[in-house]
Write a protein that binds this ligand. Structure first.
Ligand SMILES: [Ca+2]
Length: 195
């Protein structure tokens, strides 16, 4: 009985929490309703809400409304305060990632001021053909994929040197991992925590 009571409370809390999201849900890209999160004090020129892009239905999309076509075949995402800590990793990590693959990752943590990412020591991305990029916000621009870092805008990683920890000073970040036709390695894993 106690367990059922807890489940009921948890369900009620989840409904209540959803009710605290956008007063009007405008997240309906391609006719599918998604969770809408308020974005208090959004960055300059960005919307005051963020829609939760879902892995199943938004595998090729990204952006605050899940209507921007990305360069990725798969999308992995984490939205909400439960994502104050979490991790992303390349497919199959620590086993080898697949060839000819691209994946996008998005994390949005309402109210976060910064997010610190720490890399697992097992890191190997084929240099210079496979590419890992990280940046602030919920969508990337392939025009910035030039194989170099611009701190604050985009970070680029490959090779076998374990990257240093990284702090992104906003409430969200994206990642992009693309591989070419051959030579696959272990890839990468990052664990993050919000500040
Ligand atoms: Ca490769």
């Amino acid at each position: 009985m106690w367990i059922y009571t807890c489940m009921f409370v948890a369900t009620a809390l989840a409904v209540w929490t959803d009710a605290q999201d956008c007063s009007m849900n405008v997240c309906n890209a391609r006719g599918i309703t998604r969770t809408c999160y308020d974005r208090i004090d959004p960055p300059l020129n960005e919307l005051s809400y963020v829609c939760e892009c879902l892995e199943d239905i938004d595998s090729h999309y990204m952006g605050p409304e899940c209507n921007v076509i990305g360069d990725h075949q798969n999308l992995y995402s984490c939205y909400g305060i439960d994502c104050a800590t979490g991790s992303f990793q390349s497919i199959n990590w620590p086993d080898t990632y697949p060839p000819r693959h691209s994946a996008g990752y998005v994390c949005y943590i309402p109210g976060a001021k910064s997010i610190t990412l720490i890399f697992d020591p097992l890191f190997h991305v084929e240099e210079p053909k496979d590419e890992l990029y990280i940046g602030p916000g919920v969508e990337y621009s392939v025009a910035n994929f030039r194989g170099v870092s611009q701190p604050g805008v985009i970070w680029f990683y490959d090779g076998q040197a374990v990257p240093e920890s990284l702090t992104i000073k906003t409430d969200s970040f994206w990642m992009y991992f693309g591989t070419d036709k051959n030579l696959e390695y272990s890839g990468w894993k990052v664990t993050w925590s919000a500040g």
